[in-house]
Design a protein around this ligand. Structure first.
Ligand code: SAH
Length: 349
């Protein structure tokens, strides 16, 4: 490892921050030795804060209908070959009930930007989950909405919101999204969510088309500034029916390298080892946890809709019932010396 890289790693571990040039240097000077050093430091920090606990979030994919046309996503509105579905409120509540029995204490409702989920309908669903499972956290991941809408959902009982920033560079953002979407509105949403008292999750894809080391450095500087409670990062994986079908996927190595850096920037952040990471490598989620991640998000969606919620090709766990997914992850974590816990896994101050 080059000496400047080694100095920067020590500085990051000590101060929990670098300047933009420092982040860019780390991104461009990734090698096995630097990755191992960062993973060791990140694991130590993670163990100081969270021990060997791994938090689980039950992911309920409530709709594959989307009005947006993000260039990377298989659910984009112009993908005519995507089979669309929408869970009924009753189905969503059943998923949560089953998840509760399996030991989940956080539910994540995620979906495309499906206009059927008006504030009224979504608030009613959130309120029902809140009433049936008062000891659980409710996370929404339903895309960009108005401040008013976020306020009503918060009032109805939602605690957390995941909205990846996707890239902290406005020009890069414009290359990944249709003209109707804007970087400024994304940022407006994130700031509104924070002001309304949500625990907020940001994040980006690693290896997305047109991404440069400078962009990743900007992502790290953004995470450093915004200090999100949660940060979801996973490799970009091409979907066959999108304009990025022929683009290469992001790598396991770069994703783990960035997970370690993010853990060091923000020791208490809730950092998932994502399904996308488990998709590009059979041991991806284990490797993510060993690099500093502390959250996994198994799927609670009904098995018959799983293959219709295809953001990218090759998604794992499509046929497994929720109970199997849960058991499988318990075992995977035990094998590497970590333990899935029955806990809301709230953000630490
Ligand atoms: N509509 C919601 C949920 C989007 S899906 C929202 O806008 O937040 C959740 C995340 O999956 C996205 O934020 C994106 O970062 C990721 N994703 C989408 N397509 C992907 C792909 N092809 N490869 C990897 N991740 C992808």
């Amino acid at each position: 490892m080059e000496s400047r890289t080694s100095e920067l790693i020590d500085e990051l571990a000590h101060n929990h921050t670098l300047d933009l040039e420092g982040y860019e240097h780390l991104v461009t000077h990734q090698d096995d030795e630097a990755a191992q050093r960062l993973a060791d430091l990140a694991s130590a920090v993670r163990k100081d804060v969270y021990g060997t606990d791994v938090f689980v979030r039950g992911l309920i994919e409530i709709s594959s209908i989307c009005k947006n046309d993000c260039l990377y996503c298989g659910l984009r509105s112009s993908n005519a070959s995507c089979e669309r579905y929408r869970l009924t409120p009753e189905q969503i509540l059943l998923c949560a009930d089953m998840g509760y029995e399996l030991g989940f204490r956080t539910f994540v409702l995620q979906g495309g930007e499906d206009m059927w989920f008006s504030d009224e309908r979504l608030c009613a669903i959130v309120a029902s989950i809140r009433e049936r499972h008062p000891d659980c956290a409710i996370t929404l991941s339903m895309g960009e909405r108005s401040r008013e809408s976020y306020a009503r959902l918060r009032q109805a009982g939602a605690d957390r919101y995941l909205l990846r920033h996707e890239t902290a560079d406005p020009e890069h953002y414009a290359l990944l999204h249709p003209a109707a979407m804007s970087f400024d509105n994304r940022m407006r949403c994130l700031h509104d969510l924070r002001e309304l008292g949500y625990a907020v999750g940001v994040g980006m894809m690693v290896g997305s088309p047109y991404q440069t080391p400078r962009h990743l450095a900007e992502d790290l500087a953004f995470i450093d500034r915004f200090k999100p409670e949660m940060c979801g990062i996973g490799p970009f994986i091409p979907h066959h029916a999108t304009p990025f079908a022929d683009r290469p996927a992001g790598t396991l190595e770069q994703t783990c390298y960035l997970l370690s850096i993010i853990r060091l920037i923000h020791p208490t952040v809730l950092l998932p080892a994502t399904t996308a990471l488990g998709t590009i490598d059979p041991l991806g989620r284990e490797k993510g946890v060993l690099a500093g991640a502390n959250v996994v998000m198994p799927n609670l969606s009904p098995v018959d809709v799983r293959q219709k919620y295809l953001l990218y090709d090759g998604k794992i766990c499509m046929g497994d019932e929720a109970a199997e997914c849960r058991r499988c992850l318990d075992l995977r974590m035990e094998r590497i010396g970590y333990h899935v816990v029955v806990d809301r896994g709230d953000p630490r101050p």
